[in-house]
Design a protein around this ligand. Sequence first.
Ligand SMILES: NC(=O)c1ccc[n+]([C@@H]2O[C@H](COP(=O)([O-])OP(=O)(O)OC[C@H]3O[C@@H](n4cnc5c(N)ncnc54)[C@H](OP(=O)(O)O)[C@@H]3O)[C@@H](O)[C@H]2O)c1
Length: 306
Amino acid sequence: MKQITIGKQVMTAPAIVAGCMRLADFTPQQMNHFIHTSMELGIKFFDHADIYGGGKSEEIFGQALKNDASLRREDMILQSKCGIAAGYYDLSKKHIIESVDGILQRLQTDYLDILLLHRPDALMEPEEVAQAFDILQESGKVRHFGVSNQKPMQIALLQKYVKQPLLINQLQFSIPVSNMVANGMEVNMETDGATDRDGSVLDYCRLHDITIQAWSPFQMPGWKGCFLGAPEYGELNKVLSELSQKYEVTIAAIATAWILRHPAGMQVITGTTSEERLKEIASAVAIRLTRQEWYRLYLAAGHPLP
Ligand SMILES: NC(=O)c1ccc[n+]([C@@H]2O[C@H](COP(=O)([O-])OP(=O)(O)OC[C@H]3O[C@@H](n4cnc5c(N)ncnc54)[C@H](OP(=O)(O)O)[C@@H]3O)[C@@H](O)[C@H]2O)c1
């Protein structure tokens, strides 16, 4: 499995991450099997959040680990997120600390490798987050920290107070949902892609050694379902199919290779519940799309080049 450098050489981690958002309905046995398959593929990095399945995803994952001595905690990277509550966001010190306690309890582990703040909280007081991070790190409950869905200025503000380096920014990114790259090419044009929705987050993360984790790599904009095979993306699927024949992989692997081809060194967080699909997606790491292929896919999704 291809490895990505996280932060300023803080750790290396697999290019593909198993997202656990859709695994809440697994039995512990199914989860155990899924984890084994992931580990065998080199996908030893699991992305959780306290809200996935209302805590069920973490709970079942913890049960799946519990009685299986062959799944060693130290062989895996467990990441989770907190900050989304019922009808509001909460990045207060109390909420962060209590959330981590709940996460550790459900995952039946002593520590998280990485904790992410799930979404920006308009009422966040960065001093409080800094205190929470210190307490969590000093107690050994969390080793590293990052954010999710944050703009550069929000990260900079937080980093002013928090002494731990923010290693990760988890953002939606895929061939159709790629304003992050459109924005960098349609500079100063009167086109949709020129609209700066994220404050140049891609360049900022690269400048500051923050690893971008691409979530929902196969979803259409607005979460309207998977674009792989969808009639709304006929031209894109035509090019995906052509390249899948050339590289002898599935179209999901080509869509994954498109994200991995970007020089920012992103991780791809897949959300599949299928072990077969996970294997297909993992095969993407062996593919390096040419520059022309990368742009063909981008254009086929309907994005213009100025
Ligand atoms: N930070 C955030 O705000 C945020 C938000 C959303 C998600 N996430 C993270 O990102 C992860 C991935 O998100 P996601 O689940 O939306 O990602 P995804 O991988 O784009 O979508 C997976 C879904 O697409 C379906 N699918 C249909 N055809 C597929 C194909 N050919 N190949 C692969 N999948 C296919 C899967 O079904 P099957 O199960 O049948 O394969 C599954 O339901 C989550 O698990 C979570 O960890 C983070």
